[in-house]
Design a protein around this ligand. Structure first.
Ligand code: TPP
Ligand code: MG
Length: 311
């Protein structure tokens, strides 16, 4: 599936991002309470992400921001982070609802503060690093240590709770995702791929790995193409080509593409939750058929794939 949640030149403004309470009656699988809580979690993760990139002190902005509260040299990627956070909270919903055995592969591992933010919100970060406690003092440490001398790297690294592999060179998320799936028949590997990363040779070749997957014996891969439109500050090709071309390309590789797109958080939450439900139902059905009959489905269809629509 592909996700293009918030257009850089779209209409999402601070007012919209401040909450979803105005949009109570949207169609979708989430109850109003689930929608409110998912959105609150996402916004909290976004705040913790931007705080890590910018703030040395004053973590809850209790006092007016002064220059000495801000890091003198900034190193961290914001652009991919709201998308990584959005996908993280929605996958968590699916893991809990379905009792899934799932791993999150972050192609844009340069969005390190996003993944760190989620582990801190969950509590696992403070379990491992008690000094980074779940209070204002811990939040100050969390923010200060990020990409800072004596602190932690700007990318998802081995120190992040649950991290099993550190990258840095773009292009290998999808091949690693397939490798993990081949190693564990119960696993669902959610693999977030940057639209810039998708332009690398290794990633472009990895789409074909679905041909080696046997749903009777292997886990499944759910590639999620993050069409945020840019590779750092340059336009990303897969976001700019005609929609039909992208859809055809993905179908040609043997994927069933789904698109989630929008700039209204409440609608995107509903659409993403509904689309993940469809994709995960499909994976479960393919698995059940393959295992029930004792033989494999044609392997190219095992993985819901990616694309967008509506240009
Ligand atoms: C092989 C390789 N080339 C270049 C880089 C430097 N780099 C880090 S992030 C990035 C942009 C990647 O674009 P995308 O995957 O769309 O992530 P986004 O910019 O949207 O966060 C680049 C070129 C790298 N890490 N690895
Ligand atoms: Mg990008």
């Amino acid at each position: 599936m592909a996700i293009r949640p918030f257009r850089m030149h779209g209409t999402a403004g601070a007012g919209r991002l401040a909450g979803v309470d105005t949009a109570l009656e949207l169609a979708g699988p989430l109850t109003h309470d689930e929608l409110r809580r998912l959105d609150a979690y996402w916004r909290a993760a976004n705040y913790l992400t931007v705080g890590q990139i910018y703030l040395l002190d004053n973590p809850l902005l209790r006092e007016p921001l002064r220059p000495e509260h801000v890091k003198p040299r900034l190193l961290g990627h914001w652009g991919t982070s709201p998308g990584l956070n959005l996908i993280y909270v929605h996958l968590n919903r699916a893991v809990v609802a379905r009792d899934l055995n799932m791993i999150y592969v972050a192609g844009p591992g340069h969005g390190g503060p996003a993944i760190v933010a989620n582990t801190w919100l969950e509590g696992t970060y403070s379990e491992l690093y008690p000094s980074v406690s779940r209070d204002e003092d811990g939040m100050r440490r969390l923010f200060r240590q990020f990409s800072f001398p004596g602190g932690i790297p700007s990318h998802v690294a081995s120190e992040v709770p649950g991290s099993i592999h550190e990258g840095g060179e773009l292009g290998y998320s999808l091949s690693h995702a397939y490798g993990a799936a081949m190693d564990d028949p119960d696993l669902v590997v959610a693999c977030v791929i940057g639209d810039g990363e998708a332009e690398t040779g290794p990633l472009a070749g990895s789409w074909l790995s679905n041909m080696f997957i046997d749903p009777a014996r292997d886990g499944a891969v759910l590639p999620i193409l993050h069409l945020n439109g840019f590779k750092i500050a340059n336009p990303a090709l897969l976001d700019r080509i005609p929609t039909d071309d992208l859809l055809s390309m993905m179908r040609g590789y043997g994927y069933q593409p789904y698109l989630v797109e929008g700039d209204d958080p409440a609608r995107v939450h509903q659409e993403l939750a509904g689309t993940l439900d469809v994709a995960l139902d499909e994976i479960a059905a393919i698995r059940a058929r393959a295992r029930g009959h004792g033989r494999a489905e044609p392997s190219p269809t095992v993985t819901p794939g990616t694309a967008r629509a509506g240009r």
